[in-house]
Design a protein around this ligand. Structure first.
Ligand code: BES
Ligand code: ZN
Length: 672
């Protein structure tokens, strides 16, 4: 008996200890107004870079960039005699300040993904407000993951025999393109002089100021980015790329698309209508577009994202374009994914003008951009289309939240995270995007309940912080002071609004959104739901269903397929249904269906278990695209069914993927 009570006391104390440390851990994350960027080695709080001049040769033979970078700094504190930059897989030749050669060494105490600190001993001790410039001669190496060189086989048109290259720097890969203070906390202007063989077009995230053809077969391309940007927005691409202007009837912003020659007609056709409309709507909702020109380039299939908001020049995946010939032989574009261009354009304000100070506040970049993206969809296509966009992604948000919980990373289901020394890629999920959107949607529709007033608050936040970097409390402070001002003559309303506000709980809430719930149901998907209900009732489709399905927009088709994917009703795995999708609707047909539709169909096939009939199609799909979201998702389902075969497919296709995607998939395989 005594033993038992001692035992119980011990257990009780242990439990108390465990719960106590847990609450302590929870409380350790609060909404602070400042914190140092945990993902950089640099001493940016002591000495701060203000401009960067890149002078690089794009060497397709050796698959490297080589040359120099000149960085100018302002000293922030007194007694600074050391400069620490971020590097990853770079080969540093020399560092000079004027005629003085500076000594340097490397610090690699953090995790691999954060690279090393390049510790430079300055020529003397510097005082606050002094300025200095240094020149680093260096080259990239094939080990870095910012720069991907593609062989001609990896381009959209291997018959041309031309290689290709592009960079992808967000979140922490700029350090494998150039030695730099790789933190979004401070911003820089950038100039770039890029030299390459004259047979290639060279593009950069900035304005092209000049091009000089040299007699030796090389061309020098001059660029400038005069708006201060975070380093992760530095971007270069080169290859056989052609451009075509889009007529902008609404304002003076120059709009142009680029792609490999084989894709240019489809690229132009796809973005011709929506881009000028998006630029107009965004400028009117927020304030004038400040970057001068808006261009978008469709890259080869290994580009790992749908899109990346590089300034002046959105980079995107070829999975955004899908064209086919109609009965009259005319080329027609399926515009099911042009909303991604709205998203990347929206970043020109949210993210690129107002930037997260560090990756803990990534939701300020992406959540606000998803909100602005859907606002553009609302302004150009209507409120129902905005709701459909939100409704379509919601199941994936729940999937990601459950996945984080399952893998023991519940802390990453919060909007505001505490990333510590983890790789910022680990926080990539729908959480910052769509849990972020959910909060802003809720504020607009259920707290402020007035779109014009919400617009005023949103705009004030962007105006106040443009060219700067922000943390979560900066937005909360603007929100609070704006409502005080707006409702000062309506104290009742102000009181009511304030009683609903609970920012600290909202941004720290773990798991599925409970505090914030929105109703995204809409007239566009209700049609899909009616048809799905009919199917659930009768176990088959009506005779008119096929023509109805064909008339739906790409996103409605996706919405319908998601209903099947997420249903637990056994009718959604009958041979009838499998056969209907496979053969009657013939969703495997690449000419007829855009990749986002085929992706949803494959998810249904894999949900049904061992469908080896589609194994061949599956391998083909996995070899046809390198967009991380698509391939990681399909491998993830495939490996749960047949790990060996999935791994075989991965080995075959891996050389066609971006290095970040290869390591992501490898990581998933190791977990299963
Ligand atoms: N900035 C992101 C892509 C990104 C995020 C790259 C983090 C590296 C690290 C881009 O704007 C984005 O969100 N792309 C999405 C678009 C979608 C949400 C509309 C994509 O590619 O899926
Ligand atoms: Zn984004």
């Amino acid at each position: 008996m005594r033993n038992l009570s001692i035992f119980l006391i011990i257990i009780h104390t242990l439990l108390l200890l465990i719960t106590h440390t847990n609450t302590k851990k929870l409380n350790s994350l609060t909404v602070k107004s400042y914190e140092k960027d945990p993902s950089t080695y640099s001493n940016y709080e002591e000495i701060q870079q203000t401009s960067v001049f890149l002078n690089l040769y794009i060497n397709f033979q050796q698959k490297i960039l080589s040359g120099s970078v000149t960085i100018t700094f302002t000293v922030i504190k007194n007694n600074v005699n050391k400069l620490i930059l971020d590097v990853n897989s770079l080969s540093i030749k020399s560092i000079t300040k004027g005629l003085t050669i500076l000594k340097f060494s490397f610090d690699d105490t953090y995790s691999d993904s954060l690279g090393q600190g390049l510790v430079i001993i300055l020529d003397r001790t510097y005082k606050q407000n002094e300025k200095l410039s240094i020149v680093i001669t260096y080259s990239t190496t094939e080990k870095g993951d910012a720069v991907q060189f593609l062989s001609p086989e990896m381009t959209s048109d291997p018959t041309k025999g031309k290689p290709f290259m592009f960079t992808q720097c967000e979140s922490v890969s700029t350090r494998s393109l150039v030695p730099i203070q790789d933190t979004p906390a401070n911003k820089i202007t950038v100039q770039a002089t890029l030299t390459a063989s004259s047979e290639f077009e060279v593009l950069f995230g900035g304005i092209k100021t000049n091009k000089v053809d040299l007699p030796n077969g090389l061309s020098v391309h001059y660029f400038t980015q005069n708006i201060p940007i975070p380093p992760y927005l530095i971007a270069i691409t080169a290859g056989e790329i052609v451009g075509r202007d889009i007529i902008n009837p609404y304002n003076s912003i120059k709009i142009r698309v680029w792609s490999e020659p084989i894709n240019i007609d489809c690229t132009h056709l796809t973005f011709n209508d929506p881009l000028p409309l998006y630029v107009k709507a965004a400028s009117e909702y927020m304030f004038d577009y400040e970057w001068g020109s808006y261009e978008l380039v469709i890259l080869p299939k290994s580009f790992p994202f749908g899109g990346m908001e590089n300034p002046n020049l959105t980079f995107s995946s070829p999975s955004l374009i899908h064209c086919f010939k109609n009965e009259r032989g005319e080329l027609v574009a399926d515009k099911g994914q042009v909303f991604i261009a709205a998203h990347e354009l929206a970043h020109s304000w949210t993210g690129n003008l107002v930037t997260n100070s560090n990756w803990n506040h990534f939701w300020l970049n992406e959540g606000f951009t998803v909100f602005f993206e859907r606002k553009l969809i609302e302004l150009t296509e209507g409120y129902e289309a905005r709701l459909l966009g939100a409704e379509l992604v919601y199941p994936s948000l729940l999937d990601d939240i459950r996945m984080f919980i399952l893998r023991g990373n519940k802390d990453l289901t919060r909007l505001l995270v505490d990333i510590q020394k983890r790789n910022p890629e680990e926080i990539m999920s729908k959480v910052p995007y769509d849990k972020g959107y959910a909060l802003l949607h809720y504020l607009e529709q259920s707290v402020i309940k007035d779109e014009k007033i919400f617009q005023r608050i949103f705009r004030s936040y962007i105006v106040k912080y443009k060219y700067k970097s922000v943390v979560t409390s900066d937005f909360i402070d603007v929100f609070n002071s704006e409502i005080e001002e707006i409702f000062k003559s309506d104290q009742e309303r102000l009181k009511e609004i304030k009683s609903k506000l609970s920012f600290n709980e909202w941004v720290l809430e773990e798991g599925e959104p409970v505090l914030i719930q929105n109703d995204y149901s809409n007239s566009l998907s209700s049609d899909c739901k009616v048809e799905f209900k009919y199917f659930l009732q009768y176990g088959k489709f009506s005779s008119s269903f096929e023509s109805k399905f064909n008339q739906w927009t790409s996103l409605q088709k996706e919405s319908f397929l998601l209903l099947i994917r997420d249903s637990t009703d056994s009718k959604t795995s009958t041979p009838y249904l499998v056969n209907y999708l496979r053969n009657t609707l013939n969703i495997k047909n690449e000419d007829k269906y855009a990749i986002n539709i085929r992706f949803r169909w494959l998810q249904i096939e894999l949900k049904n278990g061992k469908n080896y009939e589609v194994a061949e199609y599956l391998s083909k799909f996995l070899g046809s695209i390198g967009r991380s979201y698509f391939v990681r998702n399909i491998y993830d389902l495939w490996m749960r069914i047949d790990k060996n075969q999935a791994y075989n497919d991965f080995l075959i296709n891996k050389t066609g993927y971006h290095p970040s995607v290869v390591s992501g998939i490898q990581h998933d395989f190791d977990l299963v």
